[in-house]
Design a protein around this ligand. Structure first.
Ligand code: HEC
Length: 273
């Protein structure tokens, strides 16, 4: 029996219905969406990204941040958590300060492509610019996430930074980090026992004096093992004398983008819960 026509019609129906459901209906639903202004004369929300932040979006895309970070806040009806008395609650995202409300399609009006993401190996970043507006924090965290959270599994993006010799004054863009994070960017550096001996015999008194100024009352006698260990811990937290870590143009753009992520903060009429 010839079933050619049935197979053809079946395939046509399958593809046509998915095209209608996934492309045409959403297009009709969303084509009239416009930025929202609460009152006449208010700056409409959302605003398109511009300048550095726009360039930073490309860096975000290129580095696959989306494989570990979503940019979408779930509604108060989803996202389970249990309060102290064991009561079941919802709205975990809002409780985690991922946003003041759920995100809706209007939040992504100017995003092409959108960076919704599906994985949450790390926290949601829809409103990271509000949650953590410190550019300095983002730079040190991107250089090496372990400098901010010892347990972090986020990869280091040290290649967005350069280690440069200080000529004259330190740049005001230089990251303020102890030498343990800057000698070998992306890793946590420790001198070997031999190297530490050499450093102590060359500059011991100077290191001791600055340690005493900051940590009086600590055992810092370089003649004892505990003193040598404490001195090393202190010295590793001080900046390198001759080197500084500077963000590259890409690093600066990426942080500008992160600080511009302020979704789920402006109230929208369609995002009640
Ligand atoms: C392998 C998964 C992974 C990738 C890839 C990744 N991250 Fe993360 N990220 C994490 C984890 C896990 C955390 C939480 C621990 C921490 O703070 O380091 C985190 C935390 C963060 C935070 C702090 C969020 C908060 O609420 O404090 C920011 C900002 C961030 N990541 C930005 C980025 C950017 C930008 C990129 C891309 C350049 C990126 N991440 C790539 C896993 C990842």
């Amino acid at each position: 029996m010839d079933r050619g026509l049935v197979i053809f019609l079946g395939a046509l129906l399958t593809f046509a219905s998915s095209w209608l459901g996934l492309i045409l209906f959403p297009f009709w639903q969303l084509q009239t969406e416009k930025p929202f202004a609460a009152a006449e004369g208010d700056a409409p929300y959302p605003q398109p990204l511009a300048g550095l932040a726009l360039a930073g979006k490309k860096v975000y895309q290129a580095n696959g941040c989306m494989y570990c970070h979503s940019q979408q806040v779930r509604s108060e009806r989803f996202g389970n958590w249990w309060d102290a008395s064991g009561e079941h609650r919802t709205g975990a995202d809002i409780r985690r300060s991922y946003g003041l409300r759920r995100t809706v399609s209007r939040d992504y009006l100017h995003d092409n492509p959108t960076m919704l993401g599906t994985m949450r190996t790390g926290p949601d970043l829809a409103n990271i610019g509000v949650r953590n507006p410190s550019a300095a924090w983002h730079h040190t965290h991107l250089l090496n996430p372990r400098s901010a959270n010892a347990w972090s599994v986020m990869p280091s993006f040290a290649y967005l930074y350069s280690r440069a010799k200080v000529t004259g004054a330190r740049s005001d863009k230089a990251l303020s980090l102890g030498r343990e994070w800057t000698v070998d960017p992306g890793y946590r550096w420790r001198p070997s026992a031999k190297e530490w001996d050499a450093i102590l015999s060359a500059r011991g008194p100077e290191i001791l004096a600055s340690a005493l100024a900051v940590r009086p009352g600590t055992q810092l006698d370089p003649a004892t093992d505990a003193g040598r260990a404490n001195l090393l811990e202190f010295w590793l937290t001080t900046p390198e004398e001759n080197y500084q870590i500077l963000p590259t143009a890409e690093g600066e753009a990426l942080v500008a983008y992160l600080l511009a992520l302020r979704k789920a903060e402006t109230p929208l009429p369609e995002a009640k819960e």
